[in-house]
Design a protein around this ligand. Structure first.
Ligand code: SF4
Length: 257
């Protein structure tokens, strides 16, 4: 039976049943999702993730080989000339802020963590340019790629969670897994609905699905494998609860200006 009345009024039990179906469908489509940012170490993934803000992974992947050839680790990047770094990462946008962030981040890694990326949420989010999303990307990669010294499946430390980027935000709201608009609140809702052992791969699967099927401007609802589980399907991906939330956020933004 297609779900027609879900949305903000849906019961928790019904939502949980839908989530199980969504997890299964995504798992079938993406059995072994990998981190899309090219990297050879936790340091490279940390820097690549900082560079990926407001930028596509493809662009970051084009830029990082030259960056890491020139500055192969935190010690080298910590001593880098800012102008050289800016030139190397220019295609990623906001290159001046990003250059400062990755050089300062490298300095802090060297000064405070012996040149290692700390496998610790609190320490990570204290680094320049690093927020919960970036830290969660690292924990997800550590689990999927089984990094030594990092927590793996079922042993994620308290405080870690689910990567919430623009795709995860959009899909979580279209699929009515949350009514929230802020990343941390969305993450809390998802963590309540999705089993911890699924967190890492679930966000990656949503990101791939958001790029291929449930895109921002042209969601392919007619052929979508989640359409029977998706309350936004009858609205072609643009349900009224998302439109009204967007208006509310815009109004709040106007009031605080
Ligand atoms: S049915 Fe449409 S809105 Fe729902 S997940 Fe699929 S593409 Fe996205």
């Amino acid at each position: 039976m297609p779900v027609r009345t879900a949305g903000p009024q849906e019961s928790e039990a019904r939502r949980r049943r839908r989530v199980r179906g969504i997890l299964e469908a995504l798992k079938a489509r993406y059995p072994d999702p990998q981190i899309p940012l090219t990297h050879r170490s936790s340091f490279e993934l940390l820097i690549a993730t900082i560079l990926s803000a407001q930028c596509t992974d493809e662009t970051v992947n084009r830029v990082t080989p030259q960056l890491f050839r020139r500055f192969p680790g935190p010690q080298a990047l910590a001593q880098a000339d800012l102008a050289v770094v800016e030139e190397l990462i220019r295609p990623t946008g906001f290159f001046r802020q990003k250059a400062r962030a990755i050089v300062e981040c490298s300095r802090r890694l060297v000064a405070e963590h012996g040149g290692e990326v700390p496998p610790d949420m609190e320490a990570l989010v204290r680094l320049p340019g690093v927020g919960r999303k970036t830290a969660n990307v690292l924990f997800a990669a550590a689990e999927i790629e089984r990094w030594p010294g990092w927590p793996h499946t079922r042993s994620r430390p308290d405080g870690t969670g689910i990567v919430v980027d623009t795709h995860v935000t959009r899909l979580s709201r279209r699929l009515s897994l949350t009514e929230e608009v802020e990343a941390e609140a969305i993450e809390r809702d998802l963590m309540r609905l999705v089993p911890p052992e699924e967190w890492s791969r679930f966000s990656l699967r949503l990101i791939y699905f958001g790029r291929e099927v449930c895109t921002a401007r042209d969601p392919r609802c007619a052929t979508c494998p989640l359409r029977r589980l998706c309350p936004s399907a009858p609205y072609e991906g643009f349900p009224p609860w998302m439109v009204s939330a967007a208006r509310g956020a815009a109004r709040r933004g106007r009031r605080t200006r």
